[in-house]
Design a protein around this ligand. Structure first.
Ligand code: HEC
Length: 192
């Protein structure tokens, strides 16, 4: 009888271990980039549940006034975020989302300042060595596209990020919790 009980318990433990293993594997698989058979990237469906890196308000890269400032929110897929925290570097299959939202004022009880309104566009910076010869690519999904092709490498996205991004063509200097980490791990580029 005792023998059966021990066997039964061992079986239960084995089943639990297998289930746990499967759950862990599914999590890591599901937050990387997904592509259609014709090499379009699928819009990341659950990026709002990812790790929030920062928000910008009316950030502009040319001199002069910005008449209708946007908010931007930056998110990282959790698997890549954890690797970055451990190493100061973005691993393969990193997906960084830039979400652009209109700014609003004087709504509800709000009398001063600005709050975020409707979605304007979702842009992605993705690292995938298998899909892109330059490892990284930019993809623009606008407000609602479900899939999109990579933006051609001649676009200024690539040159500005290459010249001014502090870590591996990404703007970690504007992500206040990651920047000190990257400095500590010595992964910040000189002269960004
Ligand atoms: C003149 C410089 C410049 C150009 C051109 C530019 N960006 Fe960026 N980009 C930035 C800055 C600065 C940030 C940081 C935003 C923040 O702090 O909120 C950023 C952040 C991003 C991010 C978040 C991930 C990261 O790499 O840090 C994405 C995605 C992104 N840009 C996409 C694009 C796309 C797509 C284009 C081209 C259509 C583009 N960018 C062109 C300066 C630029």
């Amino acid at each position: 009888m005792a023998k059966f009980a021990v066997l039964f318990m061992a079986g239960g433990l084995l089943a639990a271990a297998l289930l746990f293993h499967r759950a862990a594997a599914t999590e890591t698989e599901s937050d990387g980039p997904q592509f259609t058979s014709d090499h379009q990237m699928l819009r990341p469906a659950h990026y709002r549940e990812w790790v929030w890196l920062s928000s910008g308000f009316g950030m502009s890269y040319t001199e002069g006034s910005n008449s209708s400032p946007n908010f931007d929110n930056v998110f990282a897929n959790p698997t890549a975020y954890r690797k970055f925290v451990a190493t100061g570097q973005w691993p393969d299959k990193t997906v960084l989302v830039l979400e652009l939202r209109h700014s609003e004022s004087n709504g509800s009880i709000n009398k001063g300042g600005h709050f975020q309104g409707d979605l304007n566009a979702v842009e992605v910076h993705v690292k995938d060595e298998q899909h892109f010869p330059g490892k990284w690519a930019f993809v623009g999904f606008g407000a609602s596209a479900k899939s999109a092709k990579a933006i051609p490498t001649s676009a200024n996205c690539y040159s500005c990020h290459q010249e001014h991004g502090a870590v591996d063509t990404t703007f970690v200097q504007f992500y206040p919790t990651l920047f000190p980490l990257a400095q500590q791990k010595n992964t910040v580029r000189q002269n960004y």
